[in-house]
Every structure is written in C-alpha cells, then in structure tokens.
Design a protein around this ligand. Structure first.
Ligand code: PMV
Length: 310
C-alpha cells in the first residue's frame, strides 16, 4: 500500500488582504493532517479508480466525478502527469483536519492525493509542480485563491507570502506557541471571500485602506518574528483581528473565543483563515498554553490544539 500525507495550516497574519496582493504569514499545522492511500483493486478492469473518503461518507468511481468535484479533479491532474494506472486502484482519503474551518483541509487533501498517485506510479514529482496543481484544485473552492494555502501545505514550512511572488520560507528567531480553537461553525472559504468581494466592490477605497493597514501589520509582525518579540507579534494579531472585524469576517462565536483567550492571558488573538466561523488562533507563552486551551474548551470550543511555530 502506498501512503502520502500533507499537514494543515494556520494563517498567522494577513488573510483576505492576501487575495488583493498584500503580504501574509502562514505556518504548517502538523498536529492534523490529510492522508491518502493507494492500493490495487482485484477483479476490476484496469484504469478504474474508486475514491473513498470514509470521514465524509463518500465513495465514488472517478468516472462518475463531475468536473467540479475537488477529489476527482486532484486525481485527474495526477493522472495527466503520471499516466493512467495499469491496474484498478482504490484511493482512500482520511483527514484529521477540521473541514471548512480555515485550516487548509482542502489543500492538504489535494496534496496528499497527488503525492500518493505519483508515488504509486513510481513517478517522483517536485514540490513546485505539486504546489501549482493543488492551486488548480483550490480554484474550485473559490475563484480567486491567493495561493497561500497550497504553498504552506506543500512546502510544510512557515512562509512570508505575497501573491504571484516566490514565497519566502523562514525560521522564527525563537519558536512560538499558538493555541487554536474551533467555533464548531463550518464556514466555506468561498462564502467569506465572496462577502469581502461584495464590500470591496461597494466601497473600494475604504476596503483597500483596511487592506493597506493589514499589510503594515503583517510587516510589523514579520519583523517581530525575526527579532523574537512576542509582545509586538501578539499586538499585531489583535490589530489584525480589528481589521478583520471591519470587513465583517468575524462572528459572535469567534469573538467569544478570542475574548476568552485574551482573558486567559493570550499575548494576542485573532481568527485564522476565511473566518465567519471556523478556527481562531491565540499567541501564548508556552507555560500558559494549556491554561488558555482549557479556557477555550470552557468557552465551548469543540476542538482545540496547541502548536509550536518553528
Ligand atoms: O479558510 P481557508 O483555510 O481556505 O483560508 C483562506 C485564506 C483567504 O485569505 C481568506 C483566501 C485566500 O485565498 O488566501
């Protein structure tokens, strides 16, 4: 059996503005991952591929997948590159990344599928190629992806990212700890990105001004990461959250968890990913991380995690 995986991701600063050409910072989230396995299916004509995703109750033959099915699209992109298989295959996808929560679940699933099928064909693929193909699948979720999700998930490194530019992988001067908590409210990326687009169309100058402010915050946060100044980084996260509130991608559930984290001693807290639900991230002193995580559970988060960015 062939097995391949990809991690989740967390956007530290700059989501949404990154779609409009501003910088953003993201890191892999290794605690959760998507995994794809490929095995031969006996007694079935060669070339048939059965796609199974037991976590979401999906079982479908590739030939039955519509053009806008992201799993089918990832498989077809892999076969375009490595050729049709000489046997029938069963492709099984499992993921511990909460879906539609802002943690890059779609990108990680696509990366795992593409990697597994290339491995099964004995055909090594470069991360650069993989990154582009995962981006192609991301377009199904929303028409204008910035490319940050596929990049961080494929390279599995913290990155400073700007649309249409080479990403800059980095290592923080000093590792730092994030506490993550899920609101339990599912929020498709396309809906939040679409809502921001509508505001931008209605008040271009006003929203561009907020994006410029976010860009300054990202630059300041990046400098803080490079100098190991967690107080400045925490403040940058808080200020970024205010901007995200202004473009209306926060929610009462996110606000509740963010307040709970700050009250429990977080150095800064904000939503992460598309917002309108999904996950928030808090910066924590390592010795306070468990206390903050506990406060977030008390505040009703159905899923929490502590991760170190290094
Ligand atoms: O919610 P996610 O994990 O898909 O993150 C989306 C990040 C956005 O900046 C909102 C969109 C994008 O394409 O960068």
């Amino acid at each position: 059996m062939i097995r391949a995986s990809a991690p989740g991701k967390v956007i530290l600063l700059g989501e949404h503005a990154v779609v409009y050409g501003r910088p953003a910072i993201a890191a892999p989230l290794r605690q959760v991952q998507a995994e794809a396995t490929v095995e031969t299916l006996e007694g079935t004509p060669a070339g048939s591929i059965l796609i199974e995703a037991p976590d979401i109750g999906q079982q479908i033959w590739l030939r039955e997948c519509g053009a806008d099915d992201p799993l089918g699209k990832a498989v077809r992109l892999a076969l375009d590159e490595v050729g049709e298989p000489h046997a029938a295959l069963r492709l099984t996808i499992r993921s511990t990344i909460p879906i539609a929560a802002g943690l890059g679940s779609g990108a990680a699933v696509s990366a795992a599928i593409l990697r597994a099928l290339a491995l099964a064909a004995g055909n090594p693929i470069s991360d650069e190629w993989l990154c582009k193909r995962v981006y192609d699948v991301e377009k199904i979720y929303h028409g204008t992806p910035s490319g940050i999700d596929n990049t961080v998930v494929v390279y599995a490194r913290p990155i400073f990212f700007m649309r249409d530019e080479e990403p800059t992988p980095f290592t923080p001067a000093q590792p730092f700890t994030l506490v993550l908590a899920d609101t339990g409210v599912r929020s498709p990326t396309a809906r939040a990105v679409g809502a921001v687009r509508k505001q931008w169309q209605a008040d271009r100058a006003g929203v561009e001004h907020i994006f410029d402010h976010i860009a300054q915050i990202v630059e300041r946060g990046y400098q803080a990461i490079q100098s190991g100044d967690l107080t400045v980084l925490g403040d940058a996260m808080d200020e970024n959250q205010s901007c995200l509130e202004q473009i209306q991608v926060s929610s009462p559930e996110l606000d509740g968890l963010i307040q709970a984290a700050r009250k429990a001693g977080a150095l800064g807290a904000k939503l992460t990913g598309a917002g309108q639900g999904g996950v928030m991230a808090a910066l924590a002193d390592p010795q306070h991380a468990e206390h903050i995580r506990f406060a977030l559970m008390e505040a009703g988060a159905p899923w929490t995690a502590v991760t170190e960015v290094r």
